[in-house]
Write a protein that binds this ligand. Sequence first.
Ligand SMILES: [Zn+2]
Length: 277
Amino acid sequence: MFFDTHSHVNFNAYKNDGEDVLRRCFESGMSVVNVGSQYSTSKRAVEYTHKFEDGIYAAVGIHPVHLKKGSFTHHDPDELTEEEIPTTGEQLDYQKYLELAKDEKVVAIGEIGLDYHHFTEDDDVEFLKNLQKETLIEFIKLANVVQKPVMLHCWDGYDDLLEILQNHPVEKKGIIHSFIGSYKMANKFIELGYKIGLNGIITYGESYDRLIKEIELKNIVIETDCPYLTPRPLEKGIRNEPLFVKEVAQKIADVKEVSLEEVAEITSQNAKLVLCI
Ligand SMILES: [Zn+2]
């Protein structure tokens, strides 16, 4: 059965039917981690877990783009959509997140990490980079206090992320979500004990076939990052949801020339192992 390790049914895109979307997942027997990107969505992710007996989990954290007040433009890599997303400029309130993180249905701290991709001309880049790094290090401390893994976001900053993880080790390791680097870079994270999270981006062509071939199935977890990144061959522009993670698994099965069942089985085992479920 499938395990979507990174979804956002806790986001406004599902404000009218989030619980129904999750119920369909629950009834199909799959597992889902809803990931927070700021305090409000982290809290909502935790609230959703308590509406279900099993299989629906949460991650809590501040996405690096939310540390800056203003907005950023979210481009779908397939250039389907371009969305202006407002950001609150939230700063880490350690105690508030510690309380949330202690919940037994919280399986990871995230999403947290580095995002150097969304800076604009007006940004004080050095200031924002430092703020992202310092916040990440604080969240790593928190993860070690509650003994949970991390769910890491990284865009255009893999070298810095690697350095931080080497100097500030996370005891329970974690997932490099939405990985879009080379297989050589992936292997550096794997050597540190991390799993590589793959999503709909790998279905948009052949750019990531080499990565899929080079990394062993035992190091891969799958995700949707819904509502974004709807995998092909699903129609362009439709809202993504956790059930569509099957298409990500299918792409991996095709490239690795193994069965869909094997990909589902192994990636679910990997997810449970890294998230300590
Ligand atoms: Zn995400």
